[in-house]
Design a protein around this ligand. Structure first.
Ligand SMILES: O=c1ccn([C@@H]2O[C@H](COP(=O)(O)O)[C@@H](O)[C@H]2O)c(=O)[nH]1
Length: 237
């Protein structure tokens, strides 16, 4: 059975915990995600440790956001880590996104549109014209035009983005919460089943899995629910 299109966010305080989570979930999921917490604590070598503990593809979520020359240099600096996916902020603009894409040809560059933790009110406070769906759509179109092969958006906007960018762009959705799970600091959320049905290719799920009593069983349960969703719509993993 193929693993489910889930990237488990390994936002752990230490490498042992992250590697343990990775070993529990990777029979069931396609991807593990290393973000700022682990990367800044342990440096680039954390990628090899996690890859060794998991054997699945590694998503490096550094959300680069700087001038094009600096982002190109940073992207080249992580090339030896061979991440399957690397994030940059779409808000860095088209030249910055193109610089990352050119610097790292063997990695999918995913442009983060509007962070899933931002509410409609937050968007106004930081001066982004909303509603969030419009802002996400604008940033998505710009990022794809600049060469991004993947986009990060919330599951609330994924259907709109899919309609806008077509089938060939990988759509990645954090802000995923199974029924009954707390939103925590996420503002724009939906269930895994809804995200997949609306067109997401890869669901980022962290605390609902890693904070559960049995991360392996929780990941397996969400993977089974996604398989049912796909079967109901005549698709398969
Ligand atoms: O817009 C974004 C972009 C990235 N993230 C990252 O996804 C995970 C979500 O973790 P949960 O525990 O499931 O909330 C986390 O690593 C974020 O850095 C995001 O949430 N939103």
């Amino acid at each position: 059975m193929r693993p489910a299109p889930i990237a488990v966010a390994l936002d752990a305080p230490d490498l042992e915990t992250a590697a343990h989570w990775a070993s529990l979930v990777t029979p069931h999921v396609s991807t593990v995600k290393v973000g700022l917490e682990l990367y800044l604590r342990y440096g680039p070598e954390v990628i090899a440790s996690i890859r060794g503990a998991s054997g699945v593809q590694v998503f490096l979520d550094l959300k680069l956001h700087d001038i094009p020359n600096t982002v190109a240099g940073a992207a080249k600096a992580v090339a030896r880590l061979r991440p399957a996916i690397l994030t940059v902020h779409a808000g860095g603009g088209p030249a910055m996104i193109s610089a990352a894409v050119e610097a790292l040809p063997a990695t999918q560059i995913a442009a983060v549109t509007v962070l899933t933790s931002l509410s409609e009110a937050d968007l106004g406070r930081i001066g982004i014209a909303g509603p969030s769906e419009d802002a996400v759509r604008r940033l998505a179109v710009m990022a794809v035009g600049a060469g991004a092969q993947a986009l990060v958006c919330s599951p609330r906007e994924v259907a709109t983005v899919r309609a806008e960018v077509g089938p060939d762009i990988t759509l990645i959705t954090p802000g995923v919460r199974p029924v009954g799970a707390a939103s925590q600091d996420q503002a724009r959320v939906a269930t895994p089943e809804q995200a997949l049905a609306d067109g997401a290719d890869l669901l980022v799920i962290g605390r609902p899995i890693t904070g559960s009593a049995d991360p392996g069983a929780t990941a397996a349960g969400i993977a089974a629910a996604l398989r049912r969703t796909l079967a109901d719509s005549g698709r398969a993993l």
